[in-house]
Design a protein around this ligand. Structure first.
Ligand code: SF4
Ligand code: ZN
Length: 419
């Protein structure tokens, strides 16, 4: 392994060796996000005069202002100027925040955008780590890893609730604009998909196939991001895969995709279907935003999220499911996904699409509501389909969910047998 040594002025060690480190709640000194407090992260391109290179500002309490076990809101705003920087690169660089923060010993980062979740371990706090040091790490890593496009970096970290609330609006506008750019693109309208093998650092055989209508399962790598990433680093983790011969249009299998998968899964996986959960589905690493699982009793599927800590009708919580699904394996009937994949035209069309969903957490329903309703109408399920899907307020056991589905006349009950 080649490790790039960069001298970063922080009191902890920073390097890929710490990437897989987890920090349990009991070992946490200070926590941000994770559904408990508001948190977001954003990378923005700015002009040469709108940036003070190397400047780090923390607006709100520092770690020295809180006590062990506290939680704070968080907003990480990274401004970047570069002569060769493009707006299309913002999302790509933003995803790197996840990796760079995790490189810090005693730092832990999960998810992305306005779902970000960060912990500072007791060990790092004892070593004297400050919140501002996250800025030091980001500036050093962005400059050392992307010298071709990053000339100047400035980081502002908000931990003040009002400031986080104010700036998260800017971030959400950016996220929405990025998602909108993807909207006109379909899997059929492009001749190239992209791979992502960033997560092979901890799930060695995992390969995400990113298409216009299927975001990487971390939710952070869209087809446009993968394309931009390949432009930035042609030999990097995102490689173009010319679609070539289609082997199965319904299940979504392509010869070149299979070939790429075989060569990049260390010859452990031979075939993958992009449009089904049941037959050689995509592999799952560990950073999926949500997991779907079959519920044979309901002839449908359920979805749960990282944010939903409770039990689910398949008998397992998110973390139990994640433990058995992750690691880079194909597990028919179970799959990690990005949240936005649910409202895609290519959401398991081979298995019946959106109409198969019988249960998901309330929060996920609200998160997707507008797009979900639009998609349900498109798939002929009606405007009120979302209300026919059970959630934790109906029950988390299958025998609580079934009567509800029957009463609502949920379409899955009369669809073709799932298995
Ligand atoms: Fe890439 Fe997939 Fe990992 Fe996201 S989950 S970073 S798309 S390999
Ligand atoms: Zn991953």
């Amino acid at each position: 392994i080649k490790i790039k040594i960069v001298d970063i002025p922080v009191p902890i060690t920073v390097g890929p060796a710490f990437e897989g480190e987890t920090i349990r709640r009991a070992d946490t000194y200070l926590e941000f996000g994770g559904g408990k407090t508001t948190a977001f992260e954003l990378v923005r391109m700015v002009g040469p005069d709108d940036i003070e290179d190397g400047k780090i500002t923390v607006i709100g309490p520092e770690i020295t202002d809180v006590k062990e076990g506290d939680r704070l809101p968080l907003g990480i705003m990274v401004n970047i100027y570069g002569r060769k920087m493009q707006e299309d690169f913002e999302g790509v660089l933003e995803r790197r925040i996840h990796y760079f923060v995790n490189y810090g010993e005693g730092l832990w980062h999960v998810a992305q955008r306005d779902l970000a979740w960060v912990r500072i371990g007791k060990n790092a706090a004892a070593a004297g780590l400050k919140i501002r040091d996250i800025g030091e790490i980001l500036i050093a890593k962005f400059k050392s890893d992307y010298p071709a496009i990053v000339d100047r970096v400035q980081v502002t970290i908000y931990t003040d609730q009002a400031k986080v609330d104010e700036n998260i609006k800017i971030a959400r506008e950016k996220y929405a604009a990025r998602d909108a750019r993807l909207k006109g693109l379909t899997d059929e309208s492009v001749d190239t998909f992209y791979s992502c093998i960033l997560c092979q650092s901890f799930a060695p055989n995992h390969v995400c196939i990113v298409t216009p209508e299927r975001v990487g399962l971390c939710g952070a790598v869209s087809w446009l991001d993968a394309k931009a990433s390949n432009e930035i680093t042609p030999t990097g983790p995102n490689q173009p895969i010319a679609k070539g011969t289609c082997l199965d249009e319904v299940k979504g299998m392509w010869q070149n995709v299979n070939e790429y998968l075989y060569n990049n899964s260390h010859h452990t996986l031979e075939e993958v279907n992009l449009y089904t959960l049941l037959d050689r589905p995509m592999t799952s690493c560990g950073c999926f935003e949500a997991i779907m699982a079959i519920l044979p009793e309901a002839n449908g599927i359920m979805i749960t999220t990282r944010e939903f800590g409770g039990d689910t009708p398949c008998g397992m919580s998110f973390s139990t499911l994640a433990g058995s699904v992750g690691g880079g394996l194909q597990s028919p009937g179970f799959m990690g996904i990005g949240r936005r994949y649910i409202v895609s035209n290519k959401f398991i069309p081979a298995d019946g699409g959106l109409g198969r969903i019988v249960w998901m957490p309330k929060e996920l329903k609200e998160y997707l509501r507008a797009d979900f309703i639009e998609q349900a109408k498109k798939q002929g399920l009606g405007e009120d389909f979302l209300d026919k899907i059970a959630d934790e307020s109906i029950g988390t056991a299958i025998d609580e969910v079934l009567p509800f589905l029957e009463e609502k006349g949920h379409p899955a009950l009369t669809m073709d047998p799932l298995m």
